[in-house]
Design a protein around this ligand. Structure first.
Ligand SMILES: Nc1ncnc2c1ncn2[C@@H]1O[C@H](COP(=O)(O)OP(=O)(O)OP(=O)(O)O)[C@@H](O)[C@H]1O
Length: 285
């Protein structure tokens, strides 16, 4: 897929993403699906979070850049711009080559109106932050904590009495700033709610991961769940409730239309991982 917008302003230097994974929705379980796309403005920075389960400390890490990515960044020295949450074109796309810096370039946090973590602004050099200082300690989270308002939670799901409910269904119990607790169904009441860590809840437009990707940063959405927990539905959705993939397509092309003097090249792949085997769902046959 290679959409272009006119008029086209050539980039001052050739720019080719080294890792075509600017936006990934990955659902991993016994069956897993990965959908990814990349924009030509993608810089090679990756952040990833790992949520622990009950009894294990929450780990949050920043993925190391590959040597290829490092050399590319040192040569092109992409200057992170303040992250905007709107789809409006940035005032001045800047890719300065004047300030080579041997240290790791600044990596923006997840774009948003406010940082998802205390002390983390969009211009914060996260390489200088001690991860231990910003981690959410799931052990300190109490059921009922929360200032996060989540709209449209299915009451049936919330109370575990959906007509589709089964022995393995789980029930959302509480959320605080960056942790939700999922309690097992009533069939195993003795099990403690498992905490899951997250940066923030995306409630709709603007599509912040897409905005970040289109502004030159990698964005990653990684979700996992047991069989029939809704991974595929969340990816694809239906005409009434579009999933992540159609929303990404909509917002990516809306962004491109707004950036009429930039040229974008999009890659799209659709992979499924089943029992450790990767399948290209767009391959012929
Ligand atoms: N939010 C939802 N609203 C309505 N139906 C849903 C929702 N989430 C899941 N479903 C339905 O639940 C069933 C299982 O969902 P889905 O296939 O997405 O699960 P999955 O996690 O991808 O399963 P598997 O791991 O087996 O591939 C499907 O029939 C799907 O349409």
């Amino acid at each position: 897929m290679a959409p272009t917008s006119t008029p086209i302003k050539p980039r001052p230097t050739p720019f080719t993403p080294k890792r075509p994974l600017s936006y990934v929705s990955a659902f991993i379980s016994s069956t897993s699906s990965i959908a990814s796309s990349s924009s030509a403005a993608t810089a090679n920075s990756t952040r990833a979070n790992v949520g622990g389960t009950s009894g294990n400390p929450i780990k949050k890490f920043q993925a190391a850049l590959s040597s290829e990515s490092r050399s590319h960044r040192l040569l092109s020295t992409p200057k992170p711009r303040p992250i905007s949450t709107s789809l409006a074109p940035p005032a001045s796309p800047s890719r300065s080559t004047s300030s080579l810096n041997a240290s790791r370039p600044k990596t923006p946090g997840t774009p948003g109106r406010r940082s998802p973590m205390p002390g983390l602004g969009s211009e914060t050099n996260v390489s200088r932050i001690d991860p231990e200082e910003v981690l959410v300690d799931a052990a300190t989270v109490e059921p009922g904590d929360g200032d996060v308002y989540i709209d449209n939670i299915d009451e049936a799901l919330l109370h575990g009495n959906s007509s589709n409910a089964g022995d393995q269904d789980q029930v959302f119990t509480s959320a605080n700033h960056q942790t939700i607790h999922i309690a097992p169904s009533s069939t195993s009441p003795s099990s403690a709610p498992a905490p899951y860590n997250f940066d923030k809840i995306l409630t709709g437009t603007p599509n912040e991961p897409i905005s970040a990707a289109m502004e030159g940063y990698n964005a990653l959405i990684f979700a996992c769940g047991q069989t029939a927990s809704g991974k595929t539905f969340t990816l694809s959705g239906d005409p009434d409730e579009p999933g992540i993939i159609p929303r990404v397509m909509r917002d990516a092309f809306a962004y491109i239309r707004a950036m009429s003097d930039w040229e974008y090249l999009l890659w799209c792949s659709y992979l499924e991982i089943t029992n450790k085997a990767i399948h290209d769902l767009l391959a012929a046959g």
